[in-house]
Structures are given as structure tokens and as C-alpha cells.
Design a protein around this ligand. Structure first.
Ligand SMILES: [Zn+2]
Length: 191
């Protein structure tokens, strides 16, 4: 485990607006538009909210990417209210793609992020699939991809790991924050 209980008790776990931590991190909250796998608007705002400590780690990852690769982060999703998880589940009750709200998603804990890389002009780097592509091609280690794409996925993955996140196998864009299970599931209103 990443945090001992004593350390965890001292960190700032409040949910905050990501732009207040790092306004250079781009965002594209698809769930605030109809351009997402449900085809429905699920969020009342396109502002990204996140646990403070998770946002600070993302800020460190952002600085590192700019400095070493001239790339930066774009966030699709971070904290997701439990009420939104319930709505997603109603629309698409498939546990392979949507976390069952009775268990909650790591996003409901404010301890997961969906991210990609952008270049210095703000253009998304080709990662082989779109965000929320539910095919094998979106698996982090999918082998049949051009070398450049595999390498760009590796840059994202290695950077996120370096700053306290862990990847999952099925989605190249999703990263859990280490110790995510210590953060409780929250249903706070975002606007
Ligand atoms: Zn995710």
C-alpha cells in the first residue's frame, strides 16, 4: 500500500477543481456532452474535479511530460459523482465496461483519471483508439499497433506510474491512484 494510515490521515483528500491546481492541464469532459458512449449528457459541468492529492500528482506528471517530451496531459474524466455512475449503469449495465454503482467506480472515489497526451499545439496524440473504445485494441499492451503508438502509450504509462498512478489492462487512458481504496465513494454535487 502506498500510504500508511498515519500518513493518509494527514493528506488533503478534499475534492477540488483541477484548474485551481494546474490550469495548464487541458480537459475535454465528454460526459458533459453527448459525445460519449452513452450518447447522453451526464455531467452538469465540463469542469474537472479531483482529490487534491491526486490532482497534485497529475500536476507533477504534467511538468515532467512538458520538460522531457514537449507533451502534456488532457483529462477526459476524474471525479465522477455516484449519481452519475447510477445513470451510466441504467444506460449500459455491462460490468465489463461500467462499474456497478453498488460497488462504485474508482472514479467515484476521486482517485482515478482518464487521460491522454497532447502536443504543444493542443492536438491529441494518436493512441490507437479513441477514448472509451471498448475493444481489445484499447488494451494497454495490445501488440498489433505501430511502434510510435506503442511508444506514446508507454510514455503516458511510465509517466503516470512514476507519479503515483497504476494502469489497468483494458483501457490505455485509465489510471488509478495508488491507495485508491482508502478514498471513500462520494456523491457530491458538481457544477
Ligand atoms: Zn476511467
Amino acid at each position: 500500500m502506498f500510504f500508511s494510515a498515519a500518513v493518509f490521515a494527514q493528506i488533503d483528500t478534499s475534492i477540488v477543481f483541477l484548474g485551481d491546481i494546474d490550469s495548464t492541464i487541458a480537459t475535454d469532459v465528454r460526459y458533459a456532452t453527448k459525445n460519449n458512449f452513452t450518447g447522453q449528457i451526464l455531467y452538469p459541468t465540463d469542469k474537472v474535479y479531483i482529490r487534491k492529492i491526486v490532482g497534485e500528482s497529475l500536476k507533477s506528471a504534467q511538468s515532467y511530460l512538458i520538460k522531457n517530451y514537449n507533451l502534456s496531459i488532457k483529462v477526459f474524466d476524474a471525479y465522477r459523482p455516484l449519481s452519475v455512475q447510477k445513470k451510466m449503469w441504467e444506460i449500459f449495465p455491462n460490468p465489463n465496461y461500467v462499474a456497478d454503482p453498488s460497488k462504485g467506480s474508482r472514479h467515484n472515489r476521486g482517485a482515478a483519471v482518464d487521460v491522454t497526451l497532447i502536443d504543444s499545439n493542443g492536438n491529441e496524440i494518436d493512441m490507437g483508439t479513441e477514448y472509451d473504445n471498448f475493444t481489445e485494441k484499447a488494451h494497454s499492451d495490445y501488440p498489433n499497433l505501430p511502434e510510435k503508438i506503442k511508444n506514446d502509450r508507454k510514455i503516458l504509462r511510465d509517466t503516470m506510474i512514476k507519479f503515483g498512478f497504476e494502469p489497468i489492462e483494458s483501457e490505455w487512458w485509465h489510471f488509478d491512484y495508488n491507495g485508491w481504496n482508502k478514498f471513500s465513494i462520494l456523491d457530491i454535487e458538481i457544477n
